[in-house]
Design a protein around this ligand. Structure first.
Ligand SMILES: Cc1cc2nc3c(=O)[nH]c(=O)nc-3n(C[C@H](O)[C@H](O)[C@H](O)COP(=O)(O)OP(=O)(O)OC[C@H]3O[C@@H](n4cnc5c(N)ncnc54)[C@H](O)[C@@H]3O)c2cc1C
Length: 409
């Protein structure tokens, strides 16, 4: 609430899961201000030396233990007005710079550690395979092990490419869809990699570093990376909800474009806060696909490029159909599974386009082959996602979840 003299705000409440909450001098807290009968969401930069600030408890997570995190109590903590960024009255949206900073910061707080975990897993996978043989054969001779190593290498290449693509322009508002999709793409891929690495290393993957040290084995802390990687799929919001949000952003843009077209405006004039850029995923990816020098790709990658173009056109058609069928956007947005699938499809298409663009421009044999491995796997995932999106009949999940709840209560 605003202070009586109008020079600031008083914050009261509980805040959990705050990174650096117990050590920071200055903290950013997201909150809703009620003023003159209006609600405004915003970010409040608070001074932790204020008497209204208290650390209620230090939190312990399954992983990420190098990151202090705390539950806080705010009791009439005063924040000067000039330390607050507020959104528009009654709009459930943060002011544009906050949303953009959050998207960009997810690259540093989530994508960067995910990439570090993935690279470390690749290195440890190679060193494990190099020192092991099974049944008289070097481990690296086995088909399944070769697939594991090649897939992990290709996924690290794809993660690296996605992050580079997102950082190509320095502007806060640049590449908003790609930045929105990157956090989930990269952290979910890191999870696949670390999970695969645990399997590859067998008992050594599951055993703690301390225990390995005690028995004189190489004390690689794979299990720590496993726990750390899991947290990255939660901080900054959980994976399945991020997919839903990404699709919602794209579809919101489509609704705005459709409304502008109906009103006779030129396409693009309604773009507001990023959400209006009709299908940025398709835009970004088809931009790469259309201008990408397909001729510089090996035949397998040319086939992936053709499939990506086809996928983008299909994405466009399906989104247009959904928007036309649901006049009220909220009705469509309530279909969470449809949105989750669309969000994942858009993200996979973006990763394929970015990886092919890099392979075409940097052009080395190894990059082409890594791109081929990534695109092959992405296309298998895409086939499954499309199949689910178009599935005519589904089990009655609502009923079954209610029955299950009744059975356990
Ligand atoms: C390592 C780590 C660091 C973190 N650092 C920070 C930080 O620095 N600052 C900060 O503010 N937060 C931080 N968080 C918190 C993190 O952002 C939240 O845990 C995450 O956004 C999920 O929110 P929640 O835990 O409040 O879940 P809730 O919102 O309480 O939701 C609980 C569960 O309900 C389900 N759910 C929620 N909403 C929906 C919906 N609309 N539809 C369907 N299902 C739904 C999901 O399964 C969800 O996980 C951190 C978390 C971790 C693990």
């Amino acid at each position: 609430m605003p202070t009586e003299d109008g020079t600031g705000y008083l914050l009261t409440g509980e805040k959990v899961f705050t990174g650096n909450g117990d050590i920071a001098d200055l903290l950013a807290v997201l909150a809703t201000a009620r003023e003159d009968g209006h609600r405004r969401v915003g970010v409040f930069f608070l001074d932790t030396s204020d008497p209204g600030f208290r650390v209620r408890s230090r939190l312990e997570f399954m992983g990420g233990r190098g990151l202090p995190n705390a539950a806080l109590t705010l009791d009439g903590l005063r924040v000067p007005r000039e330390h607050v960024l507020l959104g528009e009255p009654d709009l459930p949206r943060f002011p544009p710079p906050v949303g953009s900073v959050a998207l960009l910061s997810a690259l540093f707080f989530n994508a960067a550690p995910a990439l570090a975990i993935a690279r470390q897993c690749l290195e440890w996978s190679h060193s494990f395979v190099a020192r092991r043989s099974v049944n008289g054969r070097p481990l690296g001779d086995y088909d399944q092990v070769q697939r594991i190593l090649a897939t992990t290498a290709a996924e690290v290449f794809a993660m690296d490419t996605v992050v580079r693509w997102c950082l190509l322009d320095a502007g806060l508002e640049d590449r908003w869809f790609e930045r929105a999709a990157a956090k989930n793409l990269v952290t979910v891929t890191a999870w696949r990699i670390v999970d695969r690495t645990v399997s590859l290393l067998g008992g050594e993957g599951f055993e703690t570093a301390h225990s390995k040290e005690r028995r004189g084995a190489v004390p690689l802390p794979v299990e720590r990376l496993f726990r750390d990687a899991r947290g990255l799929r939660i901080s900054g919001n959980v994976d399945f909800l991020l997919d839903v949000q990404a699709a919602r952003l794209l579809l919101t843009g489509r609704y705005a474009t459709a409304a502008a077209a109906a009103a006779g405006a030129a396409p693009g004039v309604t773009t507001g806060g990023g959400a209006g850029t009709a299908s940025a995923a398709s835009g970004a990816a088809s931009g790469v696909a259309a201008t990408g020098p397909g001729a510089d790709l090996i035949p397998a990658n040319q086939a992936h490029l053709a499939a990506a173009r086809q996928g983008l056109r299909r994405f466009d058609r399906v989104s247009a159909r959904l928007v036309a069928r649901h006049q009220d956007p909220e009705e469509l947005f309530a279909r969470q599974e449809t949105l989750r699938l669309l969000g994942r499809i858009a993200a996979e298409l973006f990763s394929v386009a970015a990886v092919l663009a890099r392979a075409a421009t940097e052009g080395g044999d190894q990059q082409q082959e890594l791109a081929d491995v990534h695109c092959t796997a992405a296309r298998h995932r895409l086939a499954g996602l499309w199949r689910r999106l178009g599935a005519p009949d589904e089990p009655d999940y609502a009923k079954i979840s209610r029955l299950s709840a009744a059975a356990v209560s």
